[in-house]
Design a protein around this ligand. Structure first.
Ligand code: ARG
Ligand code: ASP
Length: 721
C-alpha cells in the first residue's frame, strides 16, 4: 500500500513538473521566489535580480509597452527601439501615400533629422511593482454584492495610486490578479515622442502575409525600429524638434552566437489577456459558440476587402492595415477552436470539475463555501450564451460596416446642438475635431467597398441573428425594404452625407446649430444610432449583469482552485502587465507523420517566392545577397541565414515585439507570433503543441545592415559575437 502510494506520488509529481515545461507568464517580482531555481536548472546563467530589480538597473529597464498593445526593447544608449513590423504597421501606414509608399518599399531614416514623429504613439516603462492586496481590499467583505465591492475597490485604488506617485512625473495603476484575489501596484513612466527610424518593405516585414500568419514554418522579417526622444534631464516631453534621444538605464546586448535546439530562452514583455482558470462552460461558449459566428462574419469582410485590394493600389494602401487586423483575429479564432477540440480542453475541464466537486463535498466547510459554484456557473452561462451570440452578430457584423461606426461619432454633435446650455463656441470646437477625424477616416475609406460590406453583413445579420434579439430599427428598416438589402444600401449610400468627404465637408464648414437636423435625417446616422442605442440600452445591462455575477463566481473559483491544489505553482492570467515566460528552443509534431524543425532559413524564402503574389514577392536585392551568399557575420554556424525559430515559451497577444533572450540575458530574437496548432494557449496551454515564433535577431541585423545599408544603426548597438 505504502509503496503504491509512493509510486503514485512520484508519477503525480512528474506530471505536475512536466505540465510546467514552458507554461506560465510569471511576475518579474516573484521570479527569485518561484522560478529562479528552475530557470537555472534549465540553463539560465543570470539571476532573477538581473531580470528585475528596483535597486539597480536591470533588464526590465530595457523593455517597454509599445503603443498600448505590443512590446518593444531598447537596443542602444540612444533610445533605439526594436519591435515588430506589425506593431509599427499603422504608423508606417500613416506616413505612406502613393508617392511615398513606405509600406511597400520600406523606410530608413538616414539621420536623426529624418526620423518621423508619430502623434498618438507612446511607450511605457515599468519603474516598480509591489503587492498591494490588503490596502486595495480595505473596507471590503465577502458578503457584499459585487457592485458594492467594486466601487469600494475603485475608491481605494484612486487614493492609493495618487499617493504612490505624488510629486513625481510617474503614473500608477493597480490591477487585479487571480480573479481579484490579489492586487499589484505598478509605477510607470511614459514617453510620447517616439519616432519611426526604419521599416523593411512589406515583402520582408510581412512576408507570407495572412497566408503564413499564425503558422510555422515562417519566414516573416517582422520588425521595425523606432527611437524614444526625451526633453530636458532625460525626462518625458511632448514632441518637440529640440528633444533629444533618450538614454535608457539599460539597453540589451545582442548575441550573434546563434542558438541550438534545447537552449534555454525567455520572453520578457507585456502579454495582454489569457483565461486559464475558467470553467468548462466558458471555454465551450468561446470556442464552440462565439468563435464560429465571428469567424463567418470576418470571412465575409475579408472576401470583399481582399478582392478590392487586389485590383487597386490605392485601396491596398487604404485597407491593408484594416484587413490585417480583421484577418489576424479571424485566423486566431479558427486555430483556437481547433486546438481546444484537439486537446479535448472542454473534457479536461469537465474531468477537473468532477474532482473539484468531490473535493468540495468531502468537507463541510468547503461545501458551504464552494458547494454552489459549479451549478451557478452552469446557470449563468446557459442564460448568457444566446445573448453573447446576438451580441457577437452585432459587434462583428453590423459594426463591421465602417459607416455605422463613423456616423455614430456625430451623436455628440447632435446632442450639443440640442442642448441650450452649450454655446456656439462649444459647438465650433467639436466641429473642428470632427473635421480632423473625418479627414483621417476618408483618407482610408472607399464607399464602394463599404457598400458591399453593408450588403453582405446586413444580409447575414437579418437572416442569422436570433429574431428576438435583433436591433429593432434594423429589423424594421429591412422589413420596410421587403428584405431587399441591396435596395436599402443603394438608397442609403446615395443619400448619406457620411460616405462622401465633399458633402460632409460642405456640412461642417460653416456649420450652424440648426444643421443638426440634417444629421438627424441622414439614413446612415439613423441606422447607426439605432444600433448603438440598442447596444447601450439592451445589451450593455445584460452583458454587465452577466460579468458582474461571473466576476464574483470566478474570484471564488480561483481561490478554491488554489486551495484545492496547495502544492501547485500558479501563475496569474495575463493582463497587459510585464511578465517573464521561459522555455526551450524546441521542434514539434503538428500532425501524424509530420515533424517541424525549430528554425527556418533564407532558402525557405526563395522556395516560397512567387512574383505574382504580393505577399510572396522577394526583393531583387535580397535575392542578390542570397545568390552571393553574402551574409557576413550574421550567418549561422551551418553557414545558412537563419530567419525564424520556435520555442516553448508561453506567450499571447501583446507579447509581439518582445525580446527573446538567451541564458545570458542577451537578445537572440524578437517574438512575433505563435504556431497555429497552439493558439488555444490563451485558454489552455499544451506543452506538446504550443510554440512561440521569433524572428532570429541575426536576420533582423542582416536586413538592417546588408539590405538597407543602415550602418549608423548597427554601430549604435552592443553586439556580442
Ligand atoms: N499573428 C500575429 C499577432 O497576433 C501577427 C499579426 C500581423 N500579421 C498579419 N499578417 N495580420 O499579432
Ligand atoms: N502576434 C501576437 C501579438 O501581436 C502574439 C501572439 O498572439 O502570439 O502580440
Amino acid at each position: 500500500m505504502k509503496i503504491k502510494l509512493y509510486i503514485w506520488l512520484i508519477a503525480l509529481s512528474l506530471i505536475t513538473n512536466l505540465s510546467h515545461a514552458g507554461e506560465g507568464m510569471w511576475l518579474p517580482l516573484l521570479l527569485s521566489q518561484l522560478n529562479e531555481k528552475e530557470m537555472h536548472d534549465m540553463g539560465m546563467r543570470i539571476t532573477a535580480d538581473d531580470i528585475y530589480s528596483i535597486n539597480h538597473s536591470s533588464l526590465k529597464d530595457a523593455i517597454v509597452l509599445f503603443g498600448g498593445g505590443c512590446t518593444g526593447e531598447l537596443v542602444s544608449e540612444q533610445g533605439l527601439l526594436l519591435t515588430n513590423h506589425h506593431c509599427g504597421y499603422s504608423n508606417i501606414q500613416k506616413h505612406s501615400s502613393l508617392d511615398h509608399d513606405y509600406l511597400t518599399n520600406g523606410f530608413w531614416a538616414q539621420s536623426l533629422e529624418e526620423e518621423l514623429p508619430n502623434a498618438g504613439l507612446s511607450v511605457t516603462f515599468l519603474v516598480s511593482m509591489s503587492e498591494i492586496t490588503l490596502k486595495t481590499l480595505s473596507g471590503v467583505n465577502e458578503h457584499m454584492k459585487q457592485g458594492v465591492r467594486d466601487s469600494i475597490i475603485q475608491v481605494n485604488i484612486r487614493r492609493l495610486t495618487k499617493e504612490a506617485v505624488k510629486g513625481t512625473h510617474y503614473a500608477a495603476l493597480i490591477k487585479p490578479f487571480f480573479g481579484g484575489n490579489q492586487y499589484y501596484l505598478f509605477v510607470t513612466e511614459t514617453f510620447t515622442d517616439v519616432r519611426l527610424v526604419g521599416a523593411p518593405p512589406s515583402n520582408i516585414g510581412k512576408f507570407g502575409g495572412d497566408t503564413d500568419n499564425w503558422m510555422w514554418p515562417r519566414h516573416t522579417g517582422d520588425f521595425s525600429m523606432f527611437r524614444i526622444y526625451a526633453g530636458k534631464n532625460n525626462e518625458p516631453a511632448e514632441y518637440s524638434k529640440d528633444n533629444v534621444p533618450y538614454h535608457p538605464a539599460k539597453h540589451l546586448s545582442i548575441s550573434l552566437k546563434g542558438i541550438k535546439e534545447g537552449d534555454f530562452t525567455f520572453v520578457y514583455g507585456f502579454p495582454g489577456t489569457t483565461q486559464e482558470y475558467l470553467p468548462s462552460y466558458a471555454v465551450d461558449m468561446t470556442a464552440l459558440q462565439r468563435n464560429p459566428i465571428a469567424i463567418g462574419l470576418r470571412q465575409q469582410r475579408l472576401d470583399i476587402i481582399d478582392k478590392a485590394m487586389e485590383s487597386d493600389r490605392l485601396t491596398r494602401i487604404q485597407y491593408s492595415a484594416k484587413a490585417a487586423g480583421i484577418a489576424n483575429t479571424w485566423k486566431k479564432m479558427i486555430g483556437e477552436s481547433r486546438g481546444i477540440k484537439r486537446l479535448g480542453a472542454i473534457e479536461k475541464k469537465q474531468v477537473f470539475e468532477k474532482d473539484f466537486l468531490q473535493w468540495v463535498q468531502s468537507d463541510a466547510v468547503n461545501s458551504s463555501k464552494y458547494g454552489q459554484l459549479l451549478p451557478a456557473f452552469s446557470k449563468a452561462y446557459s442564460g448568457f450564451v444566446p445573448v453573447n451570440n446576438a451580441y457577437t452578430y452585432l459587434t462583428e457584423g453590423l459594426l463591421g460596416i465602417e459607416l455605422m461606426r463613423f456616423a455614430n461619432g456625430y451623436n455628440a454633435l447632435v446632442k450639443q446642438c440640442n442642448d441650450k446650455s452649450k454655446t456656439d463656441a462649444d459647438i465650433s470646437k467639436l466641429v473642428e475635431q470632427l473635421k480632423t477625424a473625418a479627414a483621417a477616416f476618408h483618407k482610408n475609406y472607399n464607399k464602394r467597398v463599404d457598400m458591399q460590406l453593408f450588403q453582405a453583413l446586413m444580409a447575414t445579420y437579418t437572416h442569422s441573428c436570433e429574431n428576438g434579439m435583433q436591433v429593432p430599427l434594423v429589423k424594421a428598416t429591412s422589413t420596410r425594404y421587403k428584405e431587399n438589402i441591396n435596395a436599402w444600401s443603394a438608397d442609403l449610400y446615395k443619400k448619406t452625407l457620411f460616405a462622401d468627404s465633399t458633402k460632409l465637408n460642405a456640412l461642417l464648414s460653416g456649420f450652424k446649430r440648426k444643421d443638426a437636423r440634417k444629421i438627424e435625417k441622414d439614413p446612415a446616422y439613423i441606422v447607426s444610432t439605432g444600433i448603438y442605442a440598442y447596444l447601450q440600452n439592451t445589451f450593455a445591462p445584460a452583458v454587465n449583469a452577466f460579468y458582474s455575477t461571473n466576476d464574483s463566481l470566478q474570484r471564488l473559483y480561483m481561490a478554491a482552485q488554489m486551495e484545492m491544489q496547495p502544492d501547485k505553482r500558479f501563475y496569474p492570467d495575463a493582463n497587459s502587465t510585464l511578465r517573464v515566460a521561459y522555455g526551450n528552443v524546441k521542434s514539434y509534431q503538428p500532425a501524424d507523420a509530420v515533424d517541424y524543425t525549430w528554425f527556418t532559413t533564407l532558402d525557405g524564402i526563395m522556395q516560397k517566392e512567387n512574383p505574382d503574389i504580393y505577399d510572396y514577392v522577394v526583393e531583387p536585392k535580397l535575392k542578390e545577397l542570397y545568390k552571393r551568399h553574402d551574409y557576413g557575420r550574421y550567418a549561422d554556424r551551418d553557414s545558412s541565414m537563419h530567419v525564424a525559430f520556435i520555442a516553448s515559451n508561453h506567450t499571447t497577444g501583446g507579447n509581439s515585439g518582445s525580446p527573446v533572450l538567451n541564458a545570458d540575458g542577451q537578445l537572440i530574437g524578437i517574438n512575433f507570433d505563435r504556431c497555429w496548432e497552439g493558439t488555444m494557449s490563451d485558454l489552455m496551454y499544451d506543452p506538446e503543441q504550443c510554440r512561440n515564433i521569433s524572428l532570429d535577431i541575426r536576420y533582423c541585423l542582416f536586413i538592417i545592415d546588408k539590405m538597407a545599408g543602415a550602418r549608423r544603426l548597427i554601430d549604435e548597438m552592443t553586439i556580442v559575437e
